[in-house]
Design a protein around this ligand. Structure first.
Ligand SMILES: NC(=O)c1ccc[n+]([C@@H]2O[C@H](COP(=O)([O-])OP(=O)(O)OC[C@H]3O[C@@H](n4cnc5c(N)ncnc54)[C@H](OP(=O)(O)O)[C@@H]3O)[C@@H](O)[C@H]2O)c1
Length: 263
């Protein structure tokens, strides 16, 4: 009996140590990269994460000017924050090995990768061109797929990859005419999440997918003119920031709907 008690006690100590370790990582320092950070939800995620001056954040988007403004806003709210802007077009997949080298020079190892960049064309199925289809699939599924692949050697054990998808991509959820290319690309991202979580178990990296409902951003306003989204970008940014830091302690390989309404 005694030996079992001792083992149980040791197990408890290990669990406590592990909890303390994760608590420290969550509260003290996380190295984070987020794509699509120039505007909308991604910019709000960065602002939320930057409130903790100990996090190191790389904010990636095509729009360098928007990123400079974002960094200034973050500095205004938290002068000692660490936000590094990174201007890059994610459709240039051939350059990923190069950008990964550059990312490694900014922060050598990462704990969190949020694949948030996305594009949407609201167009009838028969009018979608091959170029539009390719652009949507390049940004919404090929980019996260190959960015994760390129970044894996730099991801810390215990890390978290968060893929941002859409409610429409959840099986059985309401679908919308005009979104055949967009929603099917997000469907690929949700399935990919489930598969990758399994494959990365041995590396102790967890992968989850947030399937968002409508959020008030430029993308939403352009896609559904005149409609009001269920949630503000600031609110969603706060939720995703929290989830990126802590969600992997509770979920792995999950596709989680985050929606009050869908448009
Ligand atoms: N808003 C919604 O209702 C809603 C609902 C469900 C899911 N989502 C998803 O949430 C994510 C964020 O959406 P949002 O509403 O915040 O959209 P948004 O305001 O249009 O912002 C999209 C971001 O993605 C970036 N991006 C697009 N193409 C890129 C490329 N080739 N390379 C690098 N960055 C690129 C944009 O960068 P630039 O600044 O360079 O343009 C921008 O920062 C997307 O994945 C979207 O599909 C949104």
């Amino acid at each position: 009996m005694l030996i079992f008690d001792a083992i149980a006690h040791l197990g408890k100590m290990n669990n406590e140590k592990e909890r303390d370790f994760h608590f420290a990582r969550n509260t003290l320092i996380m190295n984070i990269i987020i794509t699509g950070a120039g505007k909308g939800i991604g910019a709000e995620v960065v602002k939320n994460l930057a409130r903790n001056k100990n996090h190191h954040i790389v904010a990636l988007s095509r729009n360098g000017k928007a990123l400079t403004e974002l960094v200034a806003q973050c500095k205004q709210q938290s002068p000692e924050c660490h936000v590094s802007p990174y201007e890059f077009d994610l459709t240039h997949i051939d350059f990923y090995p190069l950008i990964v080298q550059r990312l490694a020079s900014i922060i050598p190892r990462y704990d969190v990768l949020v694949n948030n960049a996305g594009i949407l064309f609201n167009k009838p199925f028969e009018k979608i061109t091959v170029a539009e289809f390719d652009e949507i699939y390049n940004v919404n599924i090929r980019a996260p797929f190959f960015l994760i692949q390129a970044m894996l050697p730099m991801m810390n054990k215990g890390g978290h990859i968060v893929n941002i998808s859409s409610m429409g991509a959840v099986q059985g959820a309401k679908k919308f005419a005009g979104l055949s290319a967009y929603t099917s690309s997000k469907g690929a991202l949700t399935t990919f999440t489930e598969l990758l979580a399994e494959e990365l178990l041995s590396r102790d990296i967890r992968v989850n997918c947030l399937a968002l409902g409508s959020v008030q951003t430029e993308m939403f306003a352009n896609a559904f003119p005149g409609m009001k989204a269920g949630i503000a970008a600031t609110q969603m940014g706060r939720y995703i920031a929290d989830f990126a830091l802590t969600g992997h302690h509770y979920f792995n390989g999950k596709v989680l709907p985050v929606a009050t309404t869908t448009p």
